[in-house]
Design a protein around this ligand. Structure first.
Ligand code: ZN
Ligand code: ZN
Ligand code: ZN
Length: 384
């Protein structure tokens, strides 16, 4: 673990403590899921044995962990104590003990505990029976707003991730990745290999949707053969490989190509989509709400009567998780702040016919929106 990352984790721990105090929360309890690696660089194994970092608002943090997993933890004695539990111990009792003063308060109805959103129900249920009077909230309330504000190192990682998938998208757009005559699944496998070759530790998804399949926003990749004269929508991303086992950051991009000359009707609709996407990127400045940016894309699509086919929210936050706060969606009236990173991905989906989507990752900065994906957005025509 580098000194740099130790400083990053120490700063995050301070921010979590401050947020606990600001939200009147006594402790946050983190198990499997992305909050824990974001905070201390350790990813809990999804085991039937409990791993849980206990961060009390006013006491020392403890990582309650199966004893035989301890060698996998990079120790940070300045940040947290490692409490390995043996096979016959009750880890829930260890969590309660690690709460310290908050645990004594657990007999009162005033204690408020934030538990990681991905924590297995079996452990939450056991914890609730151990502390029946505690008030339980989601860790998203405490950690979510912090994770949504990226520091310079995180933005650099997101940029590296975006550069990697931009190179894959470039290969797609220039015809370096042949399409006609191959199955969607075969092309998806090639995209996946390239995502890893471009600096990702793993692939999170590689959607390839051709022809009418592009009308399904979450179509994955089938054994359908791609033919000449079709739209091919590709939406792919992965998680970067980071040094020292630190958590990776996600990429997520969508580009469309056409196998041959597109019909005028499709080209025209696609140009409106590209205009709506670009307009929404420009609109994503600090201080406007997620709902507002969503409206900008929706209103521009309405000019071409395409808004009725835009079936999902405009975008999602991105970081150590593919989808996280903030969401660019009607109803989100929270203003964007400096350091928010999110997708802008309008689309249109006409059932049985065709569909299209364009997606970039964008960071809200003091100087305005910074689009991390820079590969061409237009409808590339490929001949093979
Ligand atoms: Zn999705
Ligand atoms: Zn995507
Ligand atoms: Zn996305």
């Amino acid at each position: 673990m580098s000194n740099d990352s130790a400083a990053v984790f120490a700063k995050r721990m301070d921010r979590v403590r401050a947020q606990l105090s600001a939200t009147g929360t006594d402790a946050v309890l983190l198990s499997v899921g992305p909050d824990l690696p974001w905070l201390i660089g350790y990813q809990a194994m999804p085991l039937e044995r409990l791993t849980m970092l206990v961060v009390p608002v006013d006491g020392p943090p403890t990582l309650v962990i199966p004893a035989f997993e301890v060698p996998r933890v990079v120790p940070h004695p300045d940040l947290f104590t490692i409490g390995g539990w043996g096979e016959t111990e009750d880890p829930v009792a260890n969590v309660v003990a690690a709460l310290g003063r908050s645990a004594r308060a657990a007999s009162a109805a005033t204690v408020r505990l934030a538990v990681g959103d991905h924590t297995w129900a079996r452990f939450v249920v056991d914890l609730q029976s151990a502390m029946p009077k505690a008030q339980w909230v989601r860790s998203a309330e405490v950690v979510g707003p912090l994770r949504a504000v990226k520091d310079a190192a995180e933005i650099a990682s997101l940029q590296r991730a975006a550069d990697g998938v931009d190179r894959v998208a470039h290969a797609l757009r220039t015809g370096e990745i042949p399409l006609i005559g191959r199955t969607e699944a075969d092309v998806s496998a090639e995209l996946s290999r390239r995502i890893v070759a471009e600096g990702h530790a793993k692939v999170n998804f590689a959607i390839v949707a051709s022809g009418a399949n592009a009308a399904s926003p979450h179509h994955h990749a089938s054994d359908k053969v791609i033919r000449a004269g079709e739209v091919v929508l590709c939406d792919f991303g992965g998680t970067t490989a980071e040094p020292h086992g630190e958590p990776g950051y996600c990429s997520d991009i969508t580009r469309c190509v056409y196998t041959g000359e597109p019909p005028a009707e499709f080209q025209e609709a696609f140009d409106h989509l590209a205009a709506a996407q670009a307009k929404a990127v420009e609109a994503a400045v600090v201080g406007v709400t997620g709902a507002f940016v969503d409206s900008v894309a929706r209103d521009r699509l309405a000019e071409a009567d395409l808004d009725q086919w835009f079936l999902h929210r405009l975008g999602h936050g991105i970081g150590v998780e593919e989808h996280e706060e903030p969401y660019l969606v009607q109803g989100n009236d929270l203003p964007l702040v400096e350091g928010n990173a999110f997708s802008i991905e309008p689309g249109f989906y006409i059932s049985g016919k065709w569909g299209a989507r364009i997606e970039d990752i964008v960071v809200a900065t003091a100087e305005g929106p910074l689009a991390l994906n820079r590969v061409g957005h237009d409808l590339a025509i490929v001949e093979a």
